[in-house]
Design a protein around this ligand. Structure first.
Ligand SMILES: [Zn+2]
Length: 384
């Protein structure tokens, strides 16, 4: 058995291992070394560690580390992702892969989002008598949260058992019980180019896109009239046309036009159904135009997350942190844990504002309170 090193050396080891994930293969890296390090440390504390390959990619793995026997009742799951976003080295004042203590912060890629969560779990476990826990405690470390969420997508009720889950994403020690979901869609219209002096020479993909956008904006108005939740800062679903590309010259009929959009949906809205409706709307708007339609998005939707405000995990998280649980606009792996039957709260020490930025850091004053909150949550949900 390997003895678990102290907090700072665990943290430094994880930051030193590059584990960027990206839908761009040029930036995408394996997370295997992070998973191996975590498996060694949790094994050293008596956890049974299972390393699971994430389908279709030989370089990506999840870790499921379980303490307690299968006969024991399931208790708490603590989960985090092992990957980081790509980085721009020129924007950093320190080495992004060297944990640097400066101005009472820890700097490094993944310090806030969210490699710090794992050494914090290890530290919390050292402070309680884990041999006396009555229910199973499970640690999950996932691959590819920042790109496809494929690590969380392959988890199942059979592989991860728990009644409650904490995900240590950067929330500034504020519990989060709900967030919106997201659908990203891209599609291309193909018509026929021709001299602009005679419309009969071509078939304008740009005019087709105009009809599609008009129809989608109408749909957006309908969705916003049907779904409203004022616990969100933006209380309605939104749709953003974020990127459009088409045509090359004012005197040529546009043959190709491509659009990418995102649709951010409220809890209670079904992303699979909505994606189907979205595609039907686009198709219908193009009826009788003769334009060819191709969907080009490779990104799967992330469902919205919602855990009941009265759940035990929400109530205890609120009491221990002293903050009311809130809703946020960004997405997490939370809905996949909800789908496995776990009441889930997002709660971690980092700040979302510094995540995905050069000079990402974690405030050192957040570490001790987070260790304290986690050790108490473990005792609450696994101790008796
Ligand atoms: Zn994250």
């Amino acid at each position: 058995m390997i003895k678990t090193p102290d907090f700072e050396s665990c943290f430094a080891d994880l930051i030193a291992i590059p584990s960027v994930s990206s839908i761009d293969p040029a930036h995408d890296q394996s997370n295997q070394q992070v998973i191996d390090a975590l498996a060694n440390w949790f094994h050293g504390l008596g956890f049974a560690c299972e390393i699971v390959a994430v389908s279709q990619n030989p370089d990506k793995f999840n870790l499921i580390a379980t303490l307690g026997s299968v006969e024991q009742r399931s208790g708490l799951v603590l989960s985090g992702h092992t990957d980081t976003v790509p980085f721009d080295e020129s924007g950093w004042d320190t080495d992004p892969f060297k944990l640097t203590s400066k101005d009472e912060n820890y700097y490094g890629l993944g310090t806030a989002d969210m490699k710090s969560f794992f050494p914090i779990i290890l530290e919390a476990l050292k402070r309680i008598e884990i041999a006396k826990l009555q229910k199973r405690l499970t640690i999950v470390a996932t691959a590819d949260e920042e790109s496809t969420m494929n690590g969380a997508r392959i988890l199942t009720r059979e592989s991860v058992k728990g009644d409650y889950c904490i995900i240590g994403e950067p929330t500034g020690l504020n519990p989060i019980h709900s967030h919106k979901g997201i659908i990203i869609e891209s599609f291309k219209l193909t018509g026929r180019s021709g001299h602009s002096s005679n419309p009969a020479f071509g078939n304008s993909a740009m005019e087709g896109m105009h009809m599609v956008m008009t129809s989608l904006m109408q749909w957006r108005t309908e969705l916003q009239a049907s779904f409203y939740d004022d616990s969100f800062k933006v209380p309605v679903p939104t749709m953003n046309f974020g990127r459009i590309h088409g045509g090359d010259s004012p005197n040529r009929i546009c043959a190709e036009c491509e659009l990418s959009l995102d649709l951010r949906v409220m809890p209670g809205m079904d992303t699979t159904e909505l994606q189907k409706s979205l595609k039907e709307r686009i198709q219908d708007a193009l009826d009788n135009t003769g334009l060819k339609l191709d969907f080009t998005s490779k990104v799967l939707p992330v469902p919205p997350m919602h855990t009941d405000m009265h759940s035990e995990i929400v109530k205890h998280s609120e009491t221990l942190t002293g903050h009311h649980s809130a809703c946020v606009t960004y997405c997490t792996e939370g809905p996949f844990f909800n789908d496995m039957g776990m009441e889930t709260v997002i709660l971690g020490p980092g700040d979302i504002d510094v995540a995905h930025q050069p000079n990402e850091y974690l405030q050192q004053e957040r570490i001790e309170p987070m260790i304290d909150v986690l050790s108490k949550l473990i005792m609450q949900f696994c101790g008796k």
